[in-house]
Design a protein around this ligand. Sequence first.
Ligand SMILES: CC(C)(COP(=O)(O)OP(=O)(O)OC[C@H]1O[C@@H](n2cnc3c(N)ncnc32)[C@H](O)[C@@H]1OP(=O)(O)O)[C@@H](O)C(=O)NCCC(=O)NCCS
Length: 228
Amino acid sequence: MGNAEPFACSCVCGKTLKLEKHQAGRLAFCGRCDQAVIAPTENGGDAFQFTTDQETPELVISLGGQKDWKRIHAVTSDEENYKYEISEPDSAKDLKDYLASVRFPHGVHVTGIFQFKIERKSDGELVGIISLTLDHEYATGTLGFMIHHLFAGQGFGTEAVTELVQFGFKGLGLHRIASMCDATNEPCMALLRKTGFTHEGCMRESVRTKKRGWVDVAMFSWLARDYG
Ligand SMILES: CC(C)(COP(=O)(O)OP(=O)(O)OC[C@H]1O[C@@H](n2cnc3c(N)ncnc32)[C@H](O)[C@@H]1OP(=O)(O)O)[C@@H](O)C(=O)NCCC(=O)NCCS
C-alpha cells in the first residue's frame, strides 16, 4: 500500500517497534508486551502510554468492563433508549460477551473499540455509555453514545461527546472523528452540531431496522485540522 515507509521507535517495554510513517503520533500496539502506546512524531523517539480515563466537570468517563455489565445493561436493555437506534436492546449474554471482547488493551487491538461507561461524578451513577471505534489503521474514529433517558437533558451527552472528541484528537492522534444517527433523531443531531461536528449528508435508506424498516442515516464528522 502507498505510504509504507517504516520507522523505528521504542515501546515502553524496550522493544523496538517498526511502524509505518502514517502511524507517527498515533495509536500503536506492541506485539511483545501488548501495551497500547502512542508512537512518537519524530523518527527514533520513544513511544509513550496514554490515559484512557477522562474527567469532566460533572462526569467520570472510563473503560467499561465485565464487572460493569449489570449497570451497563440497565441502559442497553431499556427499550426507551432505542427509539431511534439502529441496533436492538442487548441481551445479558450478548453484552457480557461484547464487554469481554473489547477488554483493554488486547481486545481494543483486535476489535478497534474503546467502550466507555459514563458515571456522574457526584454519586457514581452510571448515566450512559460512549464508544470510540477505530478504523483505517487508526486514523479515523467513530463515536457512538447513549445517555439513559432517566438522565437525558442535563448536558451529560454534550459533556461526554466533547471529552471523547478531545481524547480522539489529542490523546490518540486521530485524523478524523465521525458519528452517525437515524436522520430523524433530532436530539442526537442537535447534540452533534452543538459539539462542533459538521453535517456531511445523509445515506438514504442505508440501514434496515426491525421496527422502523429502512432508515436514512445522517453522517457527521470532525477533522483534526479544524479542531486545532
Ligand atoms: C441523543 C442523546 C445522546 C442526548 O443526550 P443528552 O445528555 O440528553 O443531551 P444534552 O443534555 O447534552 O443536550 C444536548 C443538545 O441536544 C439537544 N437535545 C437534547 N434532548 C433533546 C430533545 N428531546 N429534543 C430536541 N433536542 C434535544 C439540544 O440541542 C441540547 O442542547 P441545549 O440543551 O443547549 O438545547 C440522548 O438523548 C440519547 O442517548 N438518546 C438515545 C440514544 C441515541 O440516540 N444515541 C445517538 C445515536 S449514536
